[in-house]
Design a protein around this ligand. Structure first.
Ligand code: BGC
Length: 350
């Protein structure tokens, strides 16, 4: 069957190649792939900067933002043929560490976790794939054309959970949130902020294209001024950083009001240097009881939360996030940025 594969560590190796059909195995769901989303992590893997093939293999099937339809489900698995499903990205480490042993594999302590399409396990960018029923999440059939947004929504569902967990150190009734970056993660973070009843502001550089309207249609406010100027009139209780731009990360931390919480969600590349007044950053964090928390990946609870959030969201708005769909055979085009891209999706069924 055809799959989108890459030799990890080798830029330019991304290709649609022939791979063996998934072995029909007892206990697994056999799924027809419908779509995979492409994100910054996939671009890093394609650029040879990230990713790890399964043990003994050269190539990795990429794709961790999945959507498929169950073709065959074992009896008693809780799934039926025809169900719309998403496969979970991460699997616990083999030891397992205390967090993985408790189902919190998103918080793995020893780094020996694996991730489908990213680290040591083939992903979902193939015409067919298999998944353990315990690592599959059923979606409302109405979400067929937007269900591929579930995985990025799990990432922000976890980010918001982390913000509230940190907030519970003391009295915490946030009213205003600032999201930096209007890419898919920023927009979905804004959507969850609006669903939580917050006054949400989104900051990005672009002044045209679909992003300003997507933010406004959500009931949030779109900004393009500098973060420092913006922070003068919006003192956010919460900042969700989703640009990964080093300088903005620091400005975001400084932008919060007292008892501000900044959640960093971007997996940035190392190597960007910046002159930094550490004394000022320290003073700001201490005197305001501020907190900065990093958040990555998602566990099964976040998948359930995200599935509920998508089911409660406005469908046409979610459809508007998917700005481009390409066929599997043209997958390389999904990795070339186009103006006005928001989420680019590879269609596996055509
Ligand atoms: C994925 C996460 C993953 C992270 C690091 C992100 O793009 O959404 O599931 O844990 O990359 O590999």
């Amino acid at each position: 069957m055809r799959a989108l594969t890459v030799i990890p560590g080798q830029a330019g190796s991304l290709a649609v190649t022939e791979v063996a059909d998934p072995p029909v195995s007892d206990g697994l769901l056999l799924v027809d792939g419908l779509a995979v989303g492409v994100c910054g992590t996939d671009r890093e893997i394609a650029g040879g900067e990230y990713g790890e093939a399964p043990e003994g293999a050269d190539r990795l099937v990429i794709g961790h933002e999945s959507l498929g339809r169950v073709r065959q489900a074992p009896d008693g698995s809780g799934f039926d043929a025809g169900d719309l499903v998403v496969g979970v990205v991460r699997r616990p480490d083999p030891v397992p560490c205390g967090a993985c042993a408790r189902g919190q594999f998103d918080m793995c302590r020893n780094g020996r976790y694996t991730e489908r399409g990213i680290k040591g396990l083939d992903g979902y960018a193939s015409r067919r794939w298999t998944v353990e029923p315990d690592y599959a999440v059923r979606l409302d059939p109405a979400l067929q054309d937007v269900g591929v947004l579930l995985e990025p929504t799990t990432v922000v569902a976890k980010a918001w959970e982390q913000v509230y967990a940190v907030g519970r150190r003391s009295w915490f009734e946030p009213r205003t949130a600032l999201v930096t970056g209007a890419g898919p993660i920023g927009l979905l973070a804004a959507m969850l902020g609006v669903q939580r009843g917050l006054d949400v502001h989104v900051l990005d550089r672009v002044t045209d294209g679909p992003k300003p309207d997507l933010v406004t249609d959500l009931g949030a406010t779109y900004h393009t001024e500098s973060l420092t100027t913006l922070a003068e009139h919006v003192e956010p209780d919460v900042v969700i950083e989703a640009t990964g731009a080093g300088s903005l990360v620091l400005d975001a931390i400084a932008a919060t009001g007292t008892y501000g919480i900044t959640c960093l969600t971007s997996v940035t590349s190392p190597g960007r240097r910046l002159r930094l007044d550490l004394g000022a950053v320290n003073r700001e964090l201490v005197l305001e009881n501020d907190a900065v928390v990093g958040s990555v990946n998602a566990n099964l609870q976040h998948y359930r939360d995200a599935a509920e959030a998508l089911a409660a969201a406005d469908l046409p708005w979610l459809r508007g996030l998917i700005s481009r769909r390409v066929r599997l055979e043209d997958a390389a085009d999904a990795f070339t940025p186009h103006d006005d891209d928001v989420k680019v999706v590879i269609d596996l069924a055509t």
